[in-house]
Design a protein. Sequence first.
Length: 134
Amino acid sequence: MSDQQPALHSSKIETEQLLRQMNDDLVKAIVRRDEEALERVLAEDFVFTYPLEGDDRAQFISDVLSGDLIVEHITRHQLNVRVFGSTAVLTARDSAKWIYRGRELEGQYKVIQVYAERDNRWRLVAVQVCPMAQ
């Protein structure tokens, strides 16, 4: 997992690289059901919105750990990071197969992640996943 460096002393390129690594850490943490990594990456006020419903941080972590949210396959493409001071937006396109509370979902998704720098550390504050037309 990434060792998150203080954002105030990082260049824009270093911040973009850090956020790309945090994104990778998040995907791995979901697949591996890694509670420690999820708690490290997600802000206290994190919200996750996806095709069936949305979760706050506690519910999202609970869904991952309990197996209510299972990612069987995910490939992230066209990843782009834009930094705006203490806020950053990561966009990507996913090819994914996942199961949410017994319902299988598979296809192409557009992903938007919002990061905020707080207390000299970047945290993921919001994710929205939207299905794309097949």
